[in-house]
Design a protein around this ligand. Structure first.
Ligand code: FAD
Length: 524
């Protein structure tokens, strides 16, 4: 009875919401055995994301049990007279509604019991995983075989399909490339509802387009991910700098090293106010060894830079790890009194951000708006960026969240993928991971932080710093063309080939679904 009431309520709501766009009966007639949900709670959850900046309600949510079910839904959308959109949603950790869609169905790829379990092929050093699998669960399943993926994100409660649609980066990217460079094969449901297997050898243009493709060409239902033997433990080291040039010189030196005499992970962050040194990403320092900037004698306008590196080791190499770390640190120019070292199991390091998540959740500080801004900054302009942004726009003000900065090597990125990076051999990720709070403090408000993001982008524009947004957020096709630059024509061509009705991932706001526009202006 209750189910019938919910269904009746949902159908009424559909009619009101959709108007003439889509007959609700079209969706109901697809017959998904209860997997297609109109439950207001499901719809509400699919209309939000981690950013909490936009809210767009879908008509319904599909909880697929197989790739074929995803294909059936997309095929129905492709063939539908009225037309409706389909957006894959992993863990909904986007910032700007990228996995949301109005007038359509959200395919909830992640979640308990959705999709098949990971299949590890230890002999061939790969794992086949469902597109909605969270990286933490990929890790758990490969650990049973003493193996692990090579390239990570800092946080593991993200879906495989979600990060592969962007790039998937962390401190290992300088060495192994982003996650999109560590995939052998994909199964993809295209915008025509075809289920296609693709790889370097088979349907390679689709394979490369989908990687970093912002969900535009297909829904990833399976990914084959490359593995390595899992290290047992790691040394985790942080050192501080007051001199930005010394900091970036050392970071660039570390990512230029080849062979085994190098760190396995290189990241860093900026400390623009004293409060931040013990922020949610750097629990490392506290509570046993809290750090005071003043104690380090910083006379750098209050700005410090923290280099963060790790060295993995196995039981067999435990004896030499101290020596190796020392030899590498000797070549660096950090503040001598500022070496902080800890040693922990590899897996605890990979899952470090989750601990901070739990703490923030317990204080009600996780589910707040996140006006995040992620930029790739060319190496040649990183000094200008430091002057104008860290010391200028942000200098001495409350930071409201971590600011990461670390370099990557372009030659570790496959140019054939859809991901976009600056035109220089080395570029930096600068990530402003800030949380807005409604606590009466102006400088922590959403409006203030959003304005600051605009100021940063304007500064880059005015100073000729050709940044590329990572996890890009644009609303006009002109901006998207500029973002993709020389890749735009190919990107557009692939869209016409694999999703000609522009059904997929409309929340990215790159292409307008064709059924919504008769004039065919491509943007929303
Ligand atoms: P969703 O938000 O659900 O979807 C993102 C986009 O991908 C949407 O357009 C969606 O339609 C599409 N999509 C989702 N699943 C599929 C699929 N199976 N096939 C095709 N398209 C699909 N990123 C990094 O690179 N490195 C980090 O260290 C990092 N840390 C983060 C930490 C936190 C706390 C958060 C919130 C985000 C972080 N991110 C990081 C960003 C993250 O990679 C992206 O937000 C990613 O999109 C999130 O994955 P998701 O599964 O939640 O995707």
């Amino acid at each position: 009875m209750a189910t019938k009431l919910i269904l009746a309520f949902a159908i009424c709501r559909l009619i009101v919401t959709v108007g003439l766009t889509l007959k609700p009966t079209e969706l109901l007639h697809l017959g998904f055995d209860g997997q297609l949900s109109f439950d207001p709670a499901d719809v509400d959850s699919a209309s939000k994301d981690f950013g909490l900046l936009t809210r767009v309600e879908p008509l319904a949510v599909l909880h697929p049990s197989s790739a074929l079910e995803v294909a059936r839904l997309v095929k129905a959308a492709y063939g539908s007279d009225q037309g409706f959109t389909v957006s894959a949603r992993g863990h909904g950790h986007s910032i700007n509604g990228q996995a949301q869609t109005p007038n359509g169905v959200v395919v909830q790829m992640s979640g308990n019991g959705v999709g098949p379990r990971p299949k590890v092929r230890a002999g061939d050093m790969y794992v086949d995983v469902w597109g909605g699998e969270l990286w933490i669960d990929v890790l758990r399943s490969t650990l049973e075989y003493g193996l692990a993926p090579k390239s990570w994100t800092d946080y593991l409660y993200l879906s495989v399909g979600g990060t592969l649609s962007n790039a998937g980066i962390s401190g290992q990217a300088f060495n192994h490339g982003p996650q999109i460079n560590n995939v052998y094969e994909l199964d993809v449901v295209t915008g025509k509802g075809e289920l296609i297997t693709c790889s370097e050898e088979q349907n390679s243009e689709l394979f490369h387009a989908v990687l970093g493709g912002l969900g535009q060409f297909g829904i990833i239902t399976r990914a084959r991910i490359s593995l390595e033997p899992v290290p047992q433990r790691m040394r985790w080291i942080r050192v501080l700098y007051s001199n930005f040039s010394a900091f970036t010189r050392d970071q660039e030196y570390l990512i230029s090293l080849n062979g085994s005499q190098k760190f396995d992970y290189v990241e860093g962050f900026v400390i623009v106010d004293e409060g931040l040194i013990n922020n949610w990403r750097s629990s490392f320092f506290s509570p046993r060894n809290p750090v005071k900037i003043s104690s380090l004698g910083s006379n750098n306008g209050g700005v410090l830079y923290c280099l963060e590196v790790t060295k993995n080791y196995y039981e067999s190499t435990a004896g030499s790890v101290d020596q190796e770390v020392e030899a590498l640190l000797k070549k660096l120019n950090f503040i001598p009194a500022s070496v902080f070292t800890t040693d922990l199991p590899y897996v605890d390091f990979l899952d470090r951000v989750h601990k901070s998540e739990l703490k923030l959740r317990s204080k009600g500080l996780w589910e707040v708006p996140h006006p995040w801004l992620n930029l790739f900054v060319p190496k040649s302009k990183i000094d200008d960026f430091n002057r104008g942004v860290f010391k200028g726009i942000l200098g001495n003000k409350r930071a409201s969240g971590p600011i990461l900065i670390y370099p990557m090597n372009k030659n570790k990125w496959d140019e054939r993928s859809s991901a976009v990076t600056p035109d220089e051999e080395v570029f930096y990720l600068v990530a402003f991971l800030r949380s807005a709070l409604d606590n009466g403090e102006d400088s922590q408000s959403l409006e203030y932080l959003s304005n600051q993001n605009h100021q940063i982008l304007r500064f880059c524009d005015n100073d000729g710093i050709k940044v590329k947004q990572y996890l890009p957020d644009y609303t006009t096709q002109e901006e998207w063309r500029e973002h993709f630059g020389s890749k735009w024509d190919g990107f557009h061509k692939m869209k016409m080939k694999y999703d000609p009705r522009h059904i997929l991932a409309s929340g990215q706001q790159i292409f307008t679904p064709t059924f919504l526009t008769s004039s065919k202006t491509d943007s929303w």
